[in-house]
Design a protein. Structure first.
Ligand SMILES: Nc1ncnc2c1ncn2[C@@H]1O[C@H](COP(=O)(O)OP(=O)(O)O)[C@@H](O)[C@H]1O
Ligand SMILES: [Mg+2]
Length: 401
């Protein structure tokens, strides 16, 4: 039987139907620790938070006929004026999912409601609240490649190394390419345990326990795949990743995340928390086509401010028939950052597991990666948004089966 954990939350139930509010209240009353308020929407207002003066810890919104307007109103509300949201409604289609995501929905529970799913969603919110308690500040940067082989992992590793070895920052590098992550190889590491084991035990994870899964290279901590890991076929839990990020934010100034190209709910959730998204492209028609799709998704669906997206043209070749002007117009981006092509230096660095700074300090490719690290560090005048001050609104997760 599932263990019943204690949840202490103030919950606001919102619906246009009285009987739904009553049923939900009766259900939730069974769990001690929950304080429940109800809001019956009867007038023409579509904003679920209209006249709500004190924000609850969690809001459960039952979608009615005016669901679109309700979600749009929430999506337009600043994230810090929006409590964690659980949406209840009939099976959503893709546009509804996207809108719920933009409204900051943590979970979307279809009807008929599965009781255990509702309690599990509330437990997650309660857990997150507890984890948020201590002060934390870290700049999160995610690296996404527009196509496999563009150099996302190579840049994530070497930027992380430059931040620690040259700029003397405390940084942690996380490999969220769960199936084919290669980060340890870039540092000549062969870990016995790593990311998957840490996430499996995330409910017991604290800073000390996390240390047992990290591998260190100077000031850089690395959480990648264990050498003997099998290819995982199941996804990893977004909540577990949240816990990991919050723990890392307590100890490190920079969190660098290597993402696989697939923009799934987990990737979306991580991107939401990022200060910078580094999109790595190369000068090729097929890469630019995919990069344009990723760019649109980032800005339109995930509402990432264009100023937070850094486009890197890796293996830049000024003689290429695809010019920088082509890149700028295909991606509608500002000035891309250029990293030169240097096959020999990079190959040797990867083959020996020595980051560029250790292997070829003065090479042009090393200097370009160093400049990217400086840019991400922001310089002395940069006021970073801490992990805490950013929104923790979450994307909709598929219901656990
Ligand atoms: N600037 C560069 N110059 C030369 N070779 C590079 C450069 N960047 C990456 N590479 C090569 O491309 C390979 C693939 O890069 P990788 O980071 O694994 O791609 P991704 O993570 O985007 O799939 C690297 O192992 C390296 O050999
Ligand atoms: Mg990669």
């Amino acid at each position: 039987m599932r263990e019943c954990t204690d949840i202490r939350l103030k919950i606001l139930l919102i619906s246009r139907r009285k009987e739904v509010l009553e049923a939900l209240q009766t259900l939730l009353k069974r769990r001690p620790g929950l304080t429940i308020a109800r809001k019956l929407v009867v007038n023409g207002h579509v904003d679920p938070l209209h006249e709500v003066t004190e924000l609850p810890d969690a809001m459960v919104l039952h979608l009615g006929e005016t669901w679109r307007a309700e979600l749009e109103a929430l999506a337009a509300t600043p994230a810090d004026r929006r409590p964690p949201l659980i949406v209840i409604g009939s099976a959503p289609d893709a546009p509804a999912m996207r809108l719920a995501m933009q409204a900051g929905a943590r979970d979307l529970l279809p009807l008929p409601l599965v009781e255990a799913d509702l309690f599990a969603a509330l437990e997650r919110i309660a857990r997150d609240q507890q984890a948020l308690a201590p002060a934390a500040s870290a700049a999160v940067t995610v690296f996404i490649n527009a196509k496999g082989g563009c150099g996302g992992t190579f840049l994530a590793c070497n930027v992380a190394d430059a931040l620690t070895s040259r700029l003397h920052k405390r940084a942690v590098l996380l490999d969220l390419d769960v199936q084919f992550g290669t980060i340890p190889l870039y540092f000549d590491l062969f870990p016995a345990r790593g990311l998957l084991q840490a996430l499996e035990n995330h409910t017991q994870l604290d800073e000390a326990a996390l240390g047992g899964y990290l591998h260190r290279r100077g000031k850089l901590a690395i959480l990648g795949h264990a050498t003997q890991d099998r290819l995982p076929l199941e996804g990893i839990s977004a909540d577990a990743v949240d816990t990991l990020l919050k723990l890392c934010a307590r100890s490190y100034e920079h969190i660098l995340i290597d993402l696989p190209r697939q923009l799934d709910p987990l990737a979306c959730r991580v991107i939401e928390q990022a200060e910078h998204v580094v999109l790595v492209v190369q000068q090729s028609v097929t890469v630019l086509r995919d990069a344009a799709k990723v760019m649109t998704c980032l800005q339109r669906d995930l509402l990432v401010d264009p100023g937070r997206i850094l486009t890197v043209v890796n293996r830049h070749d000024r003689r290429s028939s695809i010019s920088l002007e082509h890149v700028r117009s295909a991606l509608a981006c500002s000035e891309p950052i250029l990293v030169p092509n240097d096959y020999r230096t990079v190959e040797e660095s990867v083959a020996t597991g020595q980051p560029l700074l250790a292997h070829a300090r003065g090479a042009a490719v090393t200097r370009a990666v160093g400049a990217l690290a400086e840019r991400l560090d922001g310089g002395p005048n940069n006021v970073r948004r801490s992990l805490l001050s950013r929104t923790f609104s979450k994307v909709v997760k598929p219901r656990a089966s």
